[in-house]
Design a protein around this ligand. Structure first.
Ligand SMILES: Cc1cc2nc3c(=O)[nH]c(=O)nc-3n(C[C@H](O)[C@H](O)[C@H](O)COP(=O)(O)OP(=O)(O)OC[C@H]3O[C@@H](n4cnc5c(N)ncnc54)[C@H](O)[C@@H]3O)c2cc1C
Length: 407
């Protein structure tokens, strides 16, 4: 499976996968057949992460081929992504806490030679646990891992190798093409027993043997007990969800970023787009170096979006403020319109530019997709609350469609 960061590649993968999104997916999705053999899962995650295609498009295409009951498992997985994104919007301090934990973990390596050695060996795929070392290599080479491999990997990292979970999560974020602040952080927290408090995920040799189709069996090598990780305090702030700001009645500069590379489906039709600019925040995913594969994919995705919405492929990175102000001056506008930036690096980069933009009298309007707006209100507890509402959410979205646009 090679991932090309262009919308036609995303659409082509979607159409080749949809026949398998029903019974085949329900039966075989948990088996990791190995690198290059991930035919029973969609491998759409890098495209969904960058919204080169939307969750709505994926679900719509699936329901054209299968009933909701037949494709329930697959559609629920797509909603897991939206659930995690919404949950982090309700609890932004969890992302901040992860970053603090990561800094602490990296510091701990410096003062503990044994920990540092264990961590370095794991990161270069020399832990001595064959399956784990294989997944390190697959992840680094391809930018993708099967869901079950991610679960086993995280569990072995935390409970067998006894390494700080945040450093493992950071390794994923630096190498996964779909590396996502919400899905990644919350999945690692779930394995560690922090998301569903006290409930951990323990990787077992017989389960690995069965679901790798007999390729691996780390008998006698793995921890047999998973002690839940604990946090100092668990302040749930349950932030109010963001409101879609009204788009000012004026022409605008369109800002395209790596969390939504399909802005053309969102644009206000009663205003004129004067100019377009792309902005990357890939290097803010980690204090360490992000892989070249990830950088190239994110840049390619933004570039692909720019090719569809006009503009001269200007893509900024690092500090955004000066370039955004210069672009607004060049196009003689005081408004920036952009797809909503969920908690994570893009939102952080924009927050950093906020004061300078305000000083230059520039407003930023972020548009939230109806898909998120409909689902996120239910994403403040466990997934079950979202799951119960899937049919209703899909019904509501249909009612709100404008001219057949799938938002
Ligand atoms: C430790 C760990 C870290 C993870 N990190 C990420 C991450 O950074 N980014 C990411 O997109 N997913 C992450 N996942 C979730 C999941 O593993 C991937 O979304 C999935 O493997 C992607 O492969 P696919 O597209 O073939 O999935 P499919 O099984 O075909 O599912 C279709 C889509 O549903 C969504 N999805 C599926 N499973 C999950 C899930 N468990 N949680 C959230 N969304 C899901 C994805 O967008 C996926 O593309 C992580 C899981 C674990 C256990």
């Amino acid at each position: 499976m090679s991932f090309v960061p262009k919308r036609p590649n995303a659409l082509s993968r979607l159409s080749s996968f949809t026949p398998n999104a029903g019974v085949d997916y329900a039966r075989l999705r948990n088996t990791d057949f190995g690198q290059g053999q991930h035919n029973h899962v969609s491998c759409l995650s890098p495209y969904l992460r960058h919204r080169l295609i939307t969750e709505r498009e994926v679900v719509d295409a699936t329901l054209k081929v299968h009933s909701l009951a037949q494709s329930e498992k697959f559609i629920q997985e797509v909603f897991w992504r939206t659930y995690f994104k919404g949950w982090l919007e309700h609890n932004p301090h969890i992302w901040a806490r992860y970053q603090v934990g990561l800094t602490g973990g990296l510091k701990a390596l410096k003062s503990d030679a044994a920990l540092q050695a264990r961590c370095s060996e794991a990161l270069i795929g020399q832990s001595g646990i064959e399956c784990f070392d294989h997944w390190v290599s697959e992840l680094v080479q391809t930018g993708y891992l099967h869901n079950h491999a991610r679960m086993w990997f995280a569990s072995i990292w935390i409970f067998t190798l006894k390494l700080p979970w945040e450093i493992g999560a950071d390794f994923f974020l630096r190498h996964l093409l779909d590396g996502d602040p919400a899905s990644n952080t919350l999945s690692w927290r779930w394995v560690a027993g922090l998301h569903t408090k006290g409930k951990t995920y323990l990787a077992r040799p017989d389960n690995i043997e069965r679901f790798t189709n007999g390729r691996f069996n780390p008998a006698g090598q793995l921890a047999t007990y998973a002690e839940p990780r604990v946090e100092d305090s668990r302040i749930i702030c349950e932030q109010e969800l963001p409101q879609t700001k009204l788009i000012p009645n004026a022409d605008y500069l369109l800002l395209v970023h790596e969390d939504d590379c399909l802005p053309e489906t969102l644009l206000p039709h009663d205003r004129t787009q004067r100019g377009v600019i792309g902005a990357l925040s890939t290097s803010l995913r980690s204090p360490l170096a992000v892989s070249d594969n990830v950088k190239a994919f994110s840049k390619g995705a933004v570039s692909d979006a720019l090719s569809r919405v006009g503009g001269d492929n200007t893509i900024i990175e690092g500090e955004w403020a000066d370039s955004l102000i210069a672009a607004c001056d060049a196009f003689n506008v005081k408004n920036i319109v952009t797809a909503y930036m969920p908690i994570g690096p893009s939102a952080a980069a924009l927050a950093k530019a906020k004061l300078d933009l305000e000083r230059a009298d520039i407003t930023v309007s972020q548009i939230i997709r109806p898909w998120d707006r409909q689902t996120w209100p239910y994403a403040n507890r466990g997934f079950f609350k979202v799951k119960k509402k899937v049919a209703k959410i899909l019904e509501n979205l249909k009612e709100n469609d404008i001219q057949g646009r799938l938002l």
